[in-house]
Each structure stands twice: as C-alpha cells, then as structure tokens.
Design a protein around this ligand. Structure first.
Ligand code: ATP
Ligand code: MG
Length: 387
C-alpha cells in the first residue's frame, strides 16, 4: 500500500475532440507548478492523474497543484491491490487516519472502471461498509447526508480515500486562445487576468509606466503581480512601455481634462500594435462600470473606439468588494495595495471628463503626432520573461 496524490479533472471532459490536448495542457501546467517540490513518478489511470510523493510533501504539492485550472478536485489516496482483503486494509488505514476517534456517519462510494473485478460497485460498497461497522464502533451509516464518504476507485489498481480538496475548476490554460492583459499596479487588473485565464486563455501582460515621473518601483510592482498571476497562468511575458513622452505631448497640446481618456486610447492603440505583432486575439482590462471617471459607459465607449481587437472586461459588472475577495483568494491583494505612483494618477486631471464625446476627443488627437509617439514608445519597449 502506498499513499499518493490523485488529481481529477472537470470541465475538460465536456470538450469532445480537443479533450486530449486540454488534458495534456493541464498536466503540463501541474508539472510546471511542482517542478521545485520533491515528488516521484506521475502517471494517469482512466482519466485521473496520480503522483507519487513523500507524505510530508503532500500539502505543499497540493497547494501548488490546486492553482492549475481545469482541476475539479485533488485527493490523498491509498493505492492498493485488487482484492477484497487489500481494499479493506486500505480502508482501515484511511479511516484510522482521520475518522476513527469520533462519532461520524459515512457512506461508501465505489466506482468500478475495471469491469472484470468480481464484485459490482454496490456489492463492494456494502461489503466494505459492513466491515467498517464491525470494526469501528463509533461509525454509523448515513447514505443521504454523511459526515464523510469513503471512496473506492477500482481500476488497474485500487485507490481508497476519504477527503476531496476542491479545485478552481475552469479550463486549462491554452484552450481559449491568447490575450494581452493591461496590467497596472492596482487591485483590479490582476483579478481580470485571473478570470479570463480561468476560462482557458493564455495571458501575457502589458504595463505602462512613466519613468522618470514615476519611480522604478511601479514597474517592479507590476512584475511582482505578474509573478503571482503566473502561478495560475504559467510562464508569461511582460511588456513594459514608457508613456512619459506621450503624457508630455498630451499636456502640451490638449485640454487637461482629456488627459485620462486620451492616454487610455494611446494604451489601447499601442496594445493593438503589440497584439498585431505577437498574435494576441484580445485585450483584457480590469475596468468595472462606474468605478471611476474613466469607467463611465461614455468613457468605455470612447476607449473601445480605439481598439480593433475585442476588449474583454471580466469585472465590468462586479462590485469592488467582490473583486477584492477574489484578489485575496488568488494572493495578489497585499501586493496590489502597496503604495506606488501610477502613471495615470500622476498625470490625472483634477476634474477629468466623465462624459467624453468621441468627436471632440478625435479633434484633440489631431494636435498630436500619434503614429510617431506610439512607434517611439514601442521601440523602447522592455520585455521581461517570467519562466
Ligand atoms: P486597476 O485596479 O487594475 O489599476 P483601476 O480601478 O485603478 O484598475 P483604472 O486606473 O481606470 O482603474 O484602469 C482601468 C484599467 O486600465 C486597468 O484595470 C488596467 O487594465 C488598465 N490600466 C490602467 N492603467 C494601466 C497601466 N499603467 N498599465 C497597464 N494597464 C493599465
Ligand atoms: Mg489603476
């Protein structure tokens, strides 16, 4: 008998012919997340992934594996031989491990993938349940609302376990194309990236700073946030663009109240150029309707006009509180609230337009050499790789 980790995949199996690609993708993402933690052989047996490891490393492995999208649950399982005695030996150890010392109700759930095994699933459950009642006086059966379930998976080997740790669900990264996340240093954009990545989109990040008006720390913060995200999304590229000259040009040539909206349109056009070059199918932002001046429906509409590609806004209808909850869960909140000088806030006007009109914004843009400003910014782009 041997303890090991079992990983079960969820929604992937709804996806017909792409199933194998997604399955491999999820397993690769798991391998990446545990490459620095000691573990033994990995193999699959009828659609579950099994990982050999020392018990003392289980919790660390679990924490890292559960960041991978596409997992429905993970369990610590006892692998044993395919005969009734061995199965009951394993059952006893599983129960003694966590459910022997108190009054609990239970239910046995057997699943038989190997139909040559002589007992059918209900018969196996009944037999094992009977043995448990005989040997553990604290336990009672409750088939409707048990305190714990004792699972028996009969495959090539038999796996016995009691507890399941729920995964994040979602789809494996890479199954929904490739997008470019506009990553600021705030709370919202990392959450937005997490949400589209959860639907299977591979993401890289684009960060705008305005050094020397903002400190080097602003960029470092975006990189740190990218690193936190990459535990879920896999390796990523961060493109970093200096907007200082663009802000200067806007300040010199346009109405100050238009700074925010004009700079957002620059961000979008630059993002589109990078997307064109590097083949991103969509842009992603952390915009949420009504949250600030640049996020009124009028602003969003004027910003949209500057993008050829779809802008995905997964937070558009979410309250700040719910966004913060997710940010806590994924581990980006503490980093996001560190103080820093954002390029947008430094150049932000005291009273930004809340209802910009596309016609007037386009007239203002005629005062700027947009092509030249953008191309110069892109030429000086820095690229940071998170492996
Ligand atoms: P966040 O918390 O993500 O910074 P926010 O609530 O501060 O968002 P805004 O500052 O209006 O809202 O930004 C809206 C979105 O525009 C951000 O979520 C991000 O996707 C993008 N964005 C804003 N500033 C930057 C920046 N400096 N670099 C990259 N993207 C940015
Ligand atoms: Mg912000």
């Amino acid at each position: 008998m041997e303890w090991m980790i079992a990983v079960s995949f969820g929604e992937i199996f709804l996806k017909g012919k792409n199933r194998n690609i997604f399955y491999k993708q999820a397993i690769n993402n798991i391998k990446r997340n545990i490459r620095e933690i000691k573990h033994g052989k990995m193999y699959t047996e009828s659609s579950k992934l099994y990982i050999e490891a020392d018990r003392q490393d289980f919790d660390k492995l679990k924490e890292n594996i559960l960041k991978v999208f596409g997992i429905s649950y993970l369990a610590y399982v006892l692998k044993t031989n395919k005969d009734l005695d061995s199965i009951y030996e394993a059952t006893k150890e599983v129960v003694e491990n966590s459910y022997a010392d108190n009054k609990y109700t239970f239910k046995v759930e057997s699943r038989r993938t190997d139909k040559t095994f002589k007992l059918k699933s209900p018969e196996l459950s009944a037999k094992i349940g009977g043995f448990m009642l005989r040997d553990f006086p604290n336990l009672r059966v409750d088939v409707h609302n048990p305190d714990f379930k004792l699972y028996i998976d009969v495959k090539e080997n038999v796996y016995v376990y009691a507890d399941r740790f729920e995964g994040l669900g979602g789809l494996p990264i890479g199954s929904s194309g490739k997008g470019l996340l506009l990553l600021s240093g705030g709370i919202d954009s990392p959450v937005a990236g997490f949400m589209v990545a959860k639907r299977g989109m591979k993401i890289d990040c684009l960060h705008f700073h305005s050094y020397p008006f903002t400190s080097k720390r602003a960029l470092q913060k975006a990189i740190d946030l990218g690193e936190i995200l990459s535990a879920y999304t896999g390796k990523m590229t961060i493109y970093s663009i200096n907007l200082a000259d663009i802000y200067k040009a806007i300040n010199q040539n346009c109405d100050r109240r238009e700074t925010t909206i004009l700079s957002r349109r620059f961000m979008m056009r630059i993002a589109n150029k990078i997307a064109e070059n590097k083949e991103y199918q969509a842009l992603i932002t952390g915009e949420s309707l009504g949250q600030v001046a640049s996020q009124t429906i009028e602003s969003i509409s004027v910003i949209n006009d500057s993008s050829e590609r779809p802008i995905l806004r997964p937070l558009v209808a979410m309250d700040k509180k719910d966004i913060i909850d997710i940010s806590y869960k994924i581990g980006s909140y503490e980093k996001s609230i560190e103080p820093y000088d954002d390029c947008c806030s430094i150049f932000a006007p005291d009273s930004p337009l809340t209802k910009p009109k596309l016609k007037y914004i386009k007239m203002s843009e005629e005062n700027l050499d947009i092509e030249k400003l953008e191309n110069e910014a892109i030429e000086k782009m820095e690229i940071i790789e998170i492996s």
